[in-house]
Design a protein around this ligand. Structure first.
Ligand code: ZN
Length: 147
């Protein structure tokens, strides 16, 4: 599913929201490349199979440098959230929500909350989706899980 920005998001002439492009390093490039395909992935250690996020070069459990990644359905629970009233980045309309999802795989992900009238509650079921941004990249967004 591809989300369209809502009226309160900062849209541009292209109709896509303008957002800062996330920095990509050799450790995180795979995550953002998959995000651009609207696919959530989680880094996995090839030594002990531990999943980890955010991506990092070394497994904190077995210290292996070998890793790959696995797709995730992006489903989990809202671990925490907040409302940002004074963003440091001009391209965000305010206020906007930011949350932490604890995925069913037990890794956590920080992302913006889907704009709209959702009554967010800690522990509620949510799903990670993606929205396209001006500049040709996509970012994750937390949405209520629809049964
Ligand atoms: Zn490991």
């Amino acid at each position: 599913m591809s989300l369209q920005p809502t009226s309160s998001q900062n849209s541009t002439r292209s109709g896509l929201p303008r957002r800062p492009k996330p920095p990509s390093t050799q450790d995180t490039a795979f995550f953002w490349e998959q995000a651009n395909r609207h696919q959530l992935v989680i880094q996995r250690c090839c030594g002990c199979s531990t999943l980890r996020h955010p991506p990092m070069p070394v497994c904190p459990r077995c210290h292996s440098f070998d890793w790959d990644f696995v797709p995730s359905p992006g489903k989990g629970v809202l671990f925490s959230f907040t409302t940002v009233h004074a963003p440091l980045v001009e391209s965000f309309d305010r206020p906007y929500g930011v949350g932490i999802v604890e995925l069913d795989e037990k890794t956590r992900l920080v992302a913006v909350l889907q704009d709209g009238p959702t009554p967010w509650r800690i522990g509620m079921r949510v799903k990670v989706d993606f929205f396209d941004c001006e500049g040709g990249f996509a970012l994750p967004v937390i949405c209520p899980e629809v049964a």
